[in-house]
Design a protein around this ligand. Structure first.
Ligand code: NAD
Ligand code: UFG
Length: 349
């Protein structure tokens, strides 16, 4: 087993490509498995240009057990960061089985292959969407779970599977127990400061920041602000936005923690990765206009079904146990989003 090698599933995607940069720059060797269902190989070519380092790439589906088994045999990683998954909430309501098959079944195959290869360090991309809706706006990790859509439930099911897997180690007194970090992301935005990699959504974006950027560059005509009658400071929804580079640094901190006392004897632990404070939709628009000098054409529209008024992280556990906190502010997030959008008006082509 190569202690320095990390296998990254979904590494060609938005967050995965940024993770590859940070891993390579931190001295890790990287192997990526991605079926390119929602990404382009160009992202990994840019990762290699930014870092001046190379990585291995396998175009494979994580549900293909034989392909994964062969990749583990060739690469001998010590750790897996598991980003591969489908992530569109609306689509998950229309096609729940596709989401459960891809996300839940895909993860089952992955952990089976990991167990067979005796690779038992796993960092998993979870989401703030696993938390139940409530009047509590600031979530700690022990807050009751209760996702409200198939995408969120797929993440909750995976968390359950991984917790069960870790608990079984205690019963079986396993010699090499699982070390698993469930990282619950809040709202990742921004891009690498080079502007060479960033978020490249297919079609019309669902999420606020890529939508704002595409309106500012003229690709889309107008932003709809979904509701200005929420019980928030300006009536629009408040979220905890986190720079994607800060977010991926949290993954490296988790890998480092696997070698510390925190995970001695094995454990499966959840951590919120967020800034711990929120911004409203109007604050995002105003900051975008201030930082970029572009105006963002918007109108107030009805609320979007399923949206909460306010949602932000309590990130204290990640600070205490992973020694991680965000370093970048909203201006950085906006400037880096704009730099990426400007340099790549049509995304990766
Ligand atoms: P993304 O779509 O850009 O990246 C996911 C990657 O996984 C893509 O490259 C896709 O081709 C690949 N993939 C999907 N299914 C696969 C499969 N069966 N086999 C192999 N590869 C597969 O998404 P992202 O924004 O980078 O998100 C990464 C992870 O983080 C996802 O699991 C997502 O659910 C989670 N997450 C994202 C957000 C967000 O707002 N972006 C928030 C919380 C959690
Ligand atoms: N919004 C608009 N107009 C838009 C898009 C969004 O006003 O065109 C508003 C939303 O109503 C919300 C805020 O901007 O108040 C943020 O919306 P996003 O769609 O960017 O993000 P969400 O918080 O709804 O969801 C995101 C991901 C989910 C993930 C969740 C928590 O899309 O997958 O963060 O991690 F689960």
């Amino acid at each position: 087993m190569n202690k320095n090698k990390v296998l990254v599933t979904g590494g060609a995607g938005y967050i995965g490509s940024h993770a590859c940069v940070e891993l390579l720059q931190a001295g890790y060797q990287v192997a990526v498995v991605d079926n390119l269902a929602n990404s382009k190989l160009e992202s990994l070519s840019r990762v290699q240009q930014i870092t001046g380092k190379s990585l291995s790439f396998y175009q494979a589906d994580i549900r293909d057990k034989q392909a994964l088994t062969d990749i583990f045999a060739t690469e001998s990683p010590s750790t897996v960061i598991h980003f591969a998954g489908l992530k569109a909430v609306g689509e998950s309501c229309e096609q729940p089985l596709t989401y459960y098959r891809n996300n839940v079944y895909g993860t089952l195959i992955l952990v089976e292959v990991m167990a067979e290869a005796n690779v038992k360090q796993l960092v998993f991309s979870s989401s703030a969407t696993v938390y139940g809706q409530s009047s509590c706006n600031q979530y700690t990790e022990d807050f009751p779970l209760g996702a409200i859509n198939p995408y969120g439930r797929s993440k909750t099911m995976i968390e359950d599977i991984l917790r069960d897997l870790s608990a079984a180690d205690k019963i079986n007194q396993t010699e090499f127990p699982w070390k698993i970090a469930l990282l619950r992301y809040f709202n990742p935005i921004g891009a690498h400061e080079s502007g060479m990699i960033g978020e490249d959504p297919n079609g019309i974006p669902n999420n606020l920041m890529p939508y704002v950027a595409q309106v500012a560059i003229g690709r889309l005509a107008q932003l709809s602000v979904y509701g200005d009658d929420y019980p928030t400071r300006d009536g629009t929804g408040i979220r905890d936005y986190i720079h994607v580079v800060d977010l991926v640094k949290g993954h490296i901190k988790a890998i480092e923690a696997f070698n510390s006392q925190k995970f001695e004897g094995g454990a499966c632990k959840a951590y919120n990765l967020g800034a711990g404070k929120g911004y409203s939709v109007l604050e995002i628009i105003n900051t975008f206009e201030k930082v970029t000098g572009r105006s963002v054409n918007y109108k107030i529209s009805p609320r979007r079904a399923g949206d909460l008024a306010e949602c932000f992280a309590n990130p204290e556990l990640a600070l205490k146990e992973l020694d991680w906190k965000v370093e970048k502010n909203l201006e950085d997030m906006v400037a880096d989003t704009w730099n990426w959008q400007n340099k790549n008006p049509d995304g990766y082509i």
